[in-house]
Design a protein around this ligand. Structure first.
Ligand code: FES
Ligand code: FES
Length: 159
């Protein structure tokens, strides 16, 4: 089976087609930036993009995405190696604590801004509502999304 991940075609061999995409990404392709949190569709730590939409990869049989464009956290930086504006805002706003949920959070934030470039708080809360963060970084996530959208200056900037 072939998978298109981060703009490249990968031969994943003769794999059980019911294997969740998360395991293929992490164990077959070594893309361990996508995290395993609950494994049962409750936390969204495993979020990737399927044809540009955020999806929980722990719930997705790999066969169902054989013809899709898959993007992981490893694939969102710019071609010149600079970080995606959402990644940069996460750093500027010092968002992560333990970090475990953050790759999934970033993937949903990137998708949100592609569809809604200047989101309201309600837009953000709606887009991020399926993500659990045991460290309680929700307020910093909301701020960082506004920073990435250019709606507010980053923390520490002169106003
Ligand atoms: S690991 Fe997929 S939703 Fe929790
Ligand atoms: S930063 Fe620790 S779970 Fe979110």
């Amino acid at each position: 089976m072939q998978l298109n991940v981060n703009g490249k075609s990968h031969d994943i061999g003769d794999i059980d087609p019911s294997t969740p995409l998360l395991w293929v990404l992490r164990d077959t392709l070594g893309l361990v930036g996508t995290k395993y949190g609950c494994g049962v569709g409750q936390c969204s730590a495993c979020t990737v993009h399927i044809d540009g939409q955020p999806v929980q990869s722990c719930q997705l049989p790999v066969q169902s995405v054989a013809d899709a464009r898959i993007t992981t956290i490893e694939g969102i930086a710019n071609a010149d190696g600079t970080l995606h504006p959402v990644q940069q805002a996460w750093i500027d706003e010092d968002v992560p604590q333990c970090g475990y949920c953050q790759a999934g959070q970033i993937m949903s934030a990137v998708a949100l801004l592609e569809n809604t470039p200047t989101p309201s708080d309600a837009d953000i809360d709606g887009a991020m509502s399926r993500h659990l963060c045991r460290c309680g970084t929700y307020n910093r996530i909301r701020k960082a999304i506004h920073v990435a959208a250019g709606q507010v200056p980053k923390t520490g900037s002169a106003s």
